[in-house]
Structures are given as structure tokens and as C-alpha cells.
Design a protein around this ligand. Sequence first.
Ligand code: GCO
Length: 445
Amino acid sequence: MWGRLVLLGLGAFVVFKLSLILYRRRKFPEPHEDWSTVDLEDLDFPTSFRWGTATAAHQVEGHLVNNWTVHEAANGLEQSGAACDHWNRWREDFQLLSDLGLNSYRFSIEWSRLEPSEGVWDDEPLERYSNMVDDLVARGIRPVVTLHHFSHPAWWEEKGGFAKQENIRAFVAYCERVFEALSDRVDTWVTINEPTVFSIMGYALGMFPPGKRSPRSTLRVMRHLLSAHGHVYAALKKKQPEAQIGMAKNVTLFDPKNRWSPIDWPLARLLERLWNGAWRSGIQHGRMFFTDIPEAKGSLDFVGLNYYTHVLTGLSLPALRNMRFPKRRHEVFTEFGYPMYAEGLRRAIEFLAPLNVPIEITENGVADANDALRGEHLKRHIWVLSRALADGYDVRSYHHWSLLDNFEWAEGYSMRFGLHHVDFETQQRTLRQSGDLYRNIVQKR
Ligand code: GCO
């Protein structure tokens, strides 16, 4: 009797698991194009579409003192140092934007320059950022300003940074100061870049500052980043209701390594929820990880999408430290260690569509020092983008990451994402062949 009951129970369980796997295989497809049959020249973009590149202060400006330089020194990482010396060479770099025929440029403001110690403001850097904005506008290039791109003042880090709700006030005050200085010429603002990357790399994996490994702190920082964004959104909209304010969200897709595995599927869905779903529901409902964040609800005029790849999840998920991820047999690796998966850009767009706001591609690029892959990478992702527009998705721009080879965070200068090669000894910029290809794509449109 009991034996039969156990067998019945077991059978029911197996049937349940199998049907769940069948359901998920249908609900969460992992499309792959046969790229040999795709006409990558078949592109159609509206004339209003904006073409650009993106950078970030800590990665290009040089000679900063902030949470990152403290982290680099404390952990024996390659120092950002002079970076691309963009703080001094920005005019020559903006000429590169014009040479490419671009009409949009995303860059970030370095808070540690403006407020080197708490409550002490230095107006010279803000004056320089203002001159940058004037130069971009004079070139017919739309400035897209990011207020926080992973770096902030060391004194603010010492107070706990985003780990403490009471610190958000100082961040809002910094954002308001920048907004007051630039919003007469800048109408497109990104409050925070990649909140998930910032919190997981800094508080779960310890690879970014402050180098913690605490799941509790990670969830707390994720909530505080959303709260900080909500407060900045409200403060800036109060000053200028027509300003367009968004967040740049890294949408990484998580697919089960084995699509029949009862282990790989829950792992993929869990990571998807943690990395993407929790943030989206925070914006949609003002609630994240069982905590109300009312200031976050509906706090987007547009959403920035940073898209790079998908991650195949399974128990064999490699140690993130060596950044070697599994790939499908037919896929190719980028130098960063994850595969090129252009089809995922469409899935990322579909993931953000329920927010019902315009989408700006604020980052997409590839680590490729020899420029062997970047041309194909550009063509595939731009083709996917063209199809998404044709299917009615409201995508307004494409910003390639990046204009220049630059400091790639925990990877230092080992990863080169630039449309321009940078010789960090001489600071010589050299347009890569893929940069020329991007120029041709842009010029035709
Ligand atoms: C990020 C950042 C960029 C990176 C780029 C390449 O996604 O980590 O926004 O600063 O340099 O994505 O990894």
C-alpha cells in the first residue's frame, strides 16, 4: 500500500517537473539566427534615430581620486591612472565624434571632482563639463549625461555610500547641482548606470568597491539605488518637468545551459529575477524584494538599455572571477569570456517594453583588441535593432560602447572596447576598421 503511494507520488512529481520544463521551454525560447542567411545590410531606421557612443568619467578622464582609485590601490588592481587623459583631450575626442558623423554622446559626470570633500564644492570642474556640453551642442551632438557611473567620492564611500539610506540625500544634492548648471542645454539624463552590476559586483562578488561579499547588503544596495533614482527623478522633474530622465539598465539574459535540466531552469529563472525582474517590478510597482519603494514607481521618462550577452546557467557556472562562461557550440567568445549573442538584444528590448517608455540603447559593444569581431558584432546588433523597430518597438538611439579603449574596471586595460584604439603611452587615438564601418552605417542614415 505505502509502496504504491510512494510510487504514485514520485510519478506525479516527475510528470509535474517534466510539464514545467516543457512550459518553460516554450515560454522562454532562446532564439538563434542562422546568420549565414541574414542580409545584414537590410536596415531601416527613421531619420529621427540617434547614433552615438558612450564613455564614463572614471574610465576615460584620468587622474581621479575616488572610491575606485581607493579600491584599485587596496586590492592590487591595475590603476586607472591617466586613463585616456580625456579630461585634457576632450576637444580632440569630440572631434572624433564629429568625424564619425554621430549626433548623440553619452558621458558621465565625476562627483568626486565637484565635491572633493563633504560640503566643499569646486566649480572649475563643473565649468569644464559645461564647456563640454557647449562644444557638443555646437557640433549638433545631443549630450546624454549620466550622473552616477560606478564612481563617487571616497568620503561618501567611507560613510557607506548607497548601503545607507541616509547617504542618498548627499547624492541628490550633487545631482541637483549638476542639473542646475547644465539642464538649460542637456535634456536627457541617466541618473544611475547599471544598478544591478554596481550592487552585485561591489557587494556580492567583491570585485568592485567596496569589495564586500554580503547577500544582505547586496539586496539593500539594490533597493537604495532604486530609491536614490526615484528621489533624484522627483527632484529634477520638479525643477524641469520636460527633462527626460532615465536609468541605464544592464539586461543580461540567463538561459539554462541544458534546456531539459530540472536544475538549470530554476537557476536561470532565479538569476533572471534577481538581475532583471526585481528591478523592473521596482519601477513598475514601487516595490522590490518585499520592500515598498514608492518613489521608484513610474520614475522613468525613458529606459537606457546596456546589452552585452546571455549567460548559460547550470551547476557548472564557472567562477565569475576568471570570467569564462559557457557558450552554445556555434557561438563565438568575445575576449571578455562571454559569447556574442546579438539575438539577445531583441529579447532585452522585449523585456523592457512593458515599462511603456522609449528605449535608448545606452551601451552595446565588444572586447576585441584585434578588431576581429567588432565589425560583425556591430552589423548583427544593428540588424537586430532594425528588426525591433520594424516590429514596432520604440527604440530611439544606439550608443556603441565605446568611443575609445578605456579602463575596464576590475579588468583594467586588458579589455579593449574602443572604436578607436588608444596607445596609452602616447595617448594616440587610431580609428579601427570597425569604427570606419560604424561611420558608414551612420552616414547612410
Ligand atoms: C558596464 C559599464 C561599462 C563597461 C562596459 C563594458 O557595463 O560595466 O556600463 O562601464 O565598461 O559595459 O563591460
